[in-house]
Design a protein around this ligand. Structure first.
Ligand code: ATP
Ligand code: MG
Length: 422
């Protein structure tokens, strides 16, 4: 019989990898809570229209990347390709956005039908952060400073750089779009096929093109920064000033436009040159129009999302995972001889209660070569348990190449408390 395999581009995260995930997630959770953000959890499936209306019909995501299917009742559903639209939907539905401010974060799997490769998968994970009801630029700065704090905590500040741009108001962008289209039409034949198509449907995305011929044409193209409305320009300057004052370095990149329709004003990306083509680890920006576009009252909003798989790859590449983070248990407990399995299980219970936080794994298989097997587990400490003449039990404790023999359960508790107690 052929064995059933996982879906292409959808990965199992195996037990040797989950400690790294937990380390990254714990670090991120600590930082978002230090910034006063609350967690929200949304379903992974939504009505297809939610994404069509928010991300935009002529974006890559909606045109060709969504996992869309009919529910049994004929309703079109989509596995979420990103979280912002879901977060706005949930916030609106539960009255969290009207006339108030919200600072929210979430994490979970996202789904896009893309060509799987290193750093690009069909099921991938994001941590998203969204702030509602604040027009910026102070909250824009707060979010960017939070992202800088992630990299600092993870020890990767030197490996990532911040790219920054302002897309301006919707009006300013419309005026710029006309200027851009007029210019690009003069060079239509030199553009790549994708860009020719986008010139009609979504001309700003041409700025994002990776095609060399198109990039050459773009060098002479009108620049978005010259078309900013007054408010966007002064907000952008204020944001840059705050980042300067906080010591966060950035590069203004006038070609940075982001692939989703809902952005305006501030947009940013953190990129690394350590992961090849999939170098963007975090991306976001302001989306003041989206809440209204989805049926709510006009509400300023700004947010970002990080790609967890890419951050894990970066942690591994730069060898930034602390050894302690990989240790999944502290003590390995085994019988030294037959006939005392029950005592070992009960001793483990006693130890867990006496030393809160200590992580104990009990050996429940054959006892041949038990000392060697126990060492191979990589445990920080090992206890081999035996029965002595008066029928009580004693242990031998290995820790850091030191061995203590004939230790009573009480002595053991005391020793383990000093080693692993919290
Ligand atoms: P890219 O240009 O790499 O396709 P994107 O602009 O489509 O990225 P966003 O929608 O802004 O990405 O998502 C935010 C982040 O989520 C990205 O910067 C990236 O780190 C991560 N990400 C996006 N798509 C994938 C994917 N298919 N696999 C793994 N991570 C992804
Ligand atoms: Mg993409």
């Amino acid at each position: 019989m052929t064995k059933i395999k996982a879906i292409r581009g959808m990965n199992d995260i195996l037990p040797d990898q989950t400690p790294v995930w937990q380390y990254l997630e714990a670090t991120i959770k600590r930082v978002v809570s230090e910034y006063g953000y609350s967690e929200i959890r949304m379903p992974i499936v939504e009505q297809t229209d939610l994404f069509k209306r928010s991300i935009g019909e002529v974006t890559d995501i909606v045109e060709k990347e969504m996992y869309t299917f009919d529910d049994r009742n004929g309703e079109s559903l989509t596995l979420r390709p990103e979280g912002t639209a879901c977060c706005v939907r949930a916030g609106e539905e539960h009255g969290l956005l009207y006339n108030q401010t919200q600072r929210l974060w979430y994490t979970g799997p996202m789904f896009r039908y893309e060509k799987p490769q290193k750093g690009r998968y069909r099921q991938f994970h994001q941590v998203g952060v969204e702030a509602f009801g604040m027009a910026g630029p102070d909250v824009d700065a707060e979010l960017i400073l939070m992202t800088a704090a992630f990299w600092r905590e993870l020890g990767m500040s030197d490996a990532v750089t911040l790219q920054l741009n302002s897309l301006g108001s919707n009006q300013a962008r419309a005026a710029y779009r006309d200027a851009l289209v007029a210019y690009l039409q003069q060079h239509f034949d030199q553009l790549d096929e994708d860009s020719q198509r986008r010139l009609e449907s979504n001309p700003l995305r041409v700025l994002d093109s990776k095609d060399e011929g198109t990039r050459a044409i773009l060098e002479q193209a009108p620049v978005l920064t010259d078309h900013l409305d007054e408010e966007s320009a002064s907000d952008f300057k204020a944001l840059c000033d705050m980042l300067d004052a906080a010591g966060v370095r950035y590069e203004v990149n006038p070609y940075l436009v982001r692939g989703l329709d809902y952005y305006c004003k501030t947009v940013f990306e953190w990129v690394t040159d350590k992961l090849g083509a999939q170098g963007t680890v975090c991306a976001g920006g302001r989306y003041d129009g989206l809440v209204k576009q989805l049926g709510g009252k006009p509400t300023p909003a700004v947010g970002f999302a990080m790609g967890i798989e890419r951050l894990i790859l970066l942690l591994e590449t730069l060898e930034l995972v602390p050894a302690a983070a990989r240790q999944t248990f502290d003590l390995y407990l085994a019988a030294e001889h037959k006939g005392i399995q029950a005592e070992v299980v009960l001793l483990a219970e006693q130890l867990r209660r006496a030393v809160p936080g200590m992580r104990v794994r009990v050996h429940c298989a054959g006892l041949k070569n038990i000392a060697t097997k126990a060492r191979q587990t990589g445990a920080a400490a090992i206890v081999l348990v035996k029965r002595v003449e008066d029928d009580s039990i004693q242990g031998s404790l290995w820790h850091h190449d030191e061995t203590e023999y004939d230790v009573s359960p009480e002595q053991l508790i005391e020793r383990l408390r000093t080693l692993f107690g919290n």
